[in-house]
Design a protein around this ligand. Structure first.
Ligand SMILES: *[C@@H]1O[C@H](CO)[C@@H](O)[C@H](O)[C@H]1NC(C)=O
Ligand SMILES: *[C@@H]1O[C@H](CO)[C@@H](O)[C@H](O)[C@H]1NC(C)=O
Ligand SMILES: *[C@@H]1O[C@H](CO)[C@@H](O)[C@H](O)[C@H]1NC(C)=O
Ligand SMILES: *[C@@H]1O[C@H](CO)[C@@H](O)[C@H](O)[C@H]1NC(C)=O
Ligand SMILES: *[C@@H]1O[C@H](CO)[C@@H](O)[C@H](O)[C@H]1NC(C)=O
Length: 402
């Protein structure tokens, strides 16, 4: 029906407000999710010339007063014939079974031909942004044409929960060499965070741009920095953000070219009072109680389960393990625990309703049969999208609705 290619381009002045603690916001009456071990969402058909995929992402549609079991949507990056598009899968039973409901074609800029769409991110609006009401599903991706001459973060909107991605796009494009979008609504501004290679002062930095309802998400602020380094060679990338137990916000990211051969993309994180204040916040390396350092493609969520401050759960692209912190992100508090879900190139995490927040769903690209190493990575020969639950240790959380 309506598709918005809300490009990340123009200068708009923006104000930063503080809003109340607002997540996770599961429907108050949603039934508890049942635990399950492992389900394959999808495997690429033999007829496709490429069977390699990665970057699984999912969203629980729970921000617009939905009733009953919240619908989940999932996607991952593949190279389908007649692309580039993301396949959108839907589950109405907390991830136990999935149906492909649409293909979100990233065809808004006709000058970009061939090539791929990479690095998806799904998000549900919790409030209206102009013509996009609360409940609109946003899908961002990185459109790279066949000649690899540019990278373009594009965003589409679905007004019918992921079934159609259609309508007139705004085709003004973003900065060169941008990667790995992450979407977050905060203080009535929609932020798209990304890895930004366009600033000559830094090998790469983390930035965001903001849009408000008055522009229908068509105009965007200037680039605002979130993570930069005095050592300009380093390449922070792949940001994800969650609000944690003390109401503060944590962002995690990889640090490319980190001088540690055991953690060449060492996971780092910052904690700030708002998701727009990371630039001046102190930076920590994620070192665990087994004296290892998490590395590459981290993904962070928070659940109220596990203790008075809940638990921060971080996945990465190097280990099967998840890294847990029940002390509001204290750098000495990271526990290394088995996930049982295998290694994949950046694994999405979702806190499921019920059970006091003890179930965290891990969405993964794992190597299927005939795969060849490495598992679930860009270079993998055959990648299935799989999903399964992880049980957070310790007591149930007490926040109502969970
Ligand atoms: C299409 O993408 C290219 C490459 O990023 C960009 O230079 C161009 O401005 C875009 N075209 C439109 C109409 O936005
Ligand atoms: C498209 O986006 C650009 C950049 O944000 C903006 O200047 C322009 O007004 C938008 N076009 C429409 C039709 O909204
Ligand atoms: C900056 O980072 C690079 C890449 O890890 C490293 O080789 C170099 O030694 C660092 N420079 C300083 C001054 O720390
Ligand atoms: C986590 O534990 C596993 C199993 O003991 C170990 O192989 C791995 O190196 C540890 N990872 C980190 C980041 O500590
Ligand atoms: C999940 O299922 C896939 C596909 O059957 C399999 O490759 C993978 O090893 C399974 N993972 C676990 C943790 O059982």
């Amino acid at each position: 029906m309506h598709r918005a290619l809300a490009s990340l381009a123009l200068l708009v002045s923006s104000t930063f407000l503080v809003s109340a603690w607002a997540q996770p916001n599961h429907p108050p009456n949603s039934p508890p999710a049942p635990f399950f071990e492992n389900v394959t969402i999808w495997a690429p058909p033999a007829s496709w010339s490429s069977h390699s995929g990665s970057y699984g992402r999912s969203v629980l549609l729970n921000k617009d007063g939905e009733q009953g079991i919240p619908t989940m949507l999932a996607t991952a990056a593949y190279s389908p014939p007649n692309g580039p598009y993301f396949q959108i899968f839907e589950s109405t039973d907390y991830g136990q079974s999935w149906t492909m409901i649409s293909k979100a074609l990233f065809d808004g800029n006709s000058s970009l031909t061939g090539g791929r769409i990479l690095q998806p991110f799904l998000y549900e609006l919790s409030e209206a942004y102009g013509k996009y009401p609360a409940g609109t599903v946003m899908l961002a991706g990185n459109r790279i044409p066949g000649d690899s001459s540019s990278t373009n973060i594009q965003m589409y909107a679905s007004l019918d929960k992921g079934y159609t991605w259609d309508g007139p796009p705004n085709t003004t494009n973003g900065a060169p060499c941008v990667w790995e979008p992450f979407i977050l609504s905060y203080a009535s501004q929609l932020a798209v965070y990304f890895s930004d290679q366009s600033d000559p002062r830094y090998g790469q930095k983390l930035s965001h741009r903001l849009s408000t309802s008055t522009s229908d998400l068509q105009t965007w602020s200037a680039t605002l920095d979130d993570v930069t380094n005095t050592n300009a060679t380093l390449r922070p990338g792949m940001i994800t953000i969650a609000q944690i137990g003390n109401g503060k916000w944590m962002c995690s990211y990889e640090m490319g070219l980190w001088p540690d051969s055991a953690a060449p993309y060492a996971t780092h994180y910052r904690i700030a009072d708002s998701p727009f204040d990371f630039l001046s916040a102190p930076e920590f390396e994620l070192r665990t109680d087994t004296d290892g350092v998490s590395s590459a493609g981290p993904y962070t969520v928070w659940t109220p389960a596990g203790g008075p401050h809940g638990t921060i759960v971080v996945s990465d692209s190097s280990y099967d393990q998840l890294f847990l912190n029940t002390q509001n992100g204290d750098p000495g508090g990271w526990q290394n625990v088995t996930s049982g879900h295998g290694v994949g190139y950046t694994r999405a995490l979702t806190v499921l309703p019920g059970n006091g927040g003890k179930l965290v769903q891990v969405l993964n690209g794992v190597a299927g049969l005939n795969a060849g190493a490495p598992l679930g990575m860009y270079a993998g020969k055959f990648t299935e999208i799989t999903v399964g639950d992880f049980v957070v240790p310790g007591p149930e959380g007490g926040i109502s609705g969970l």
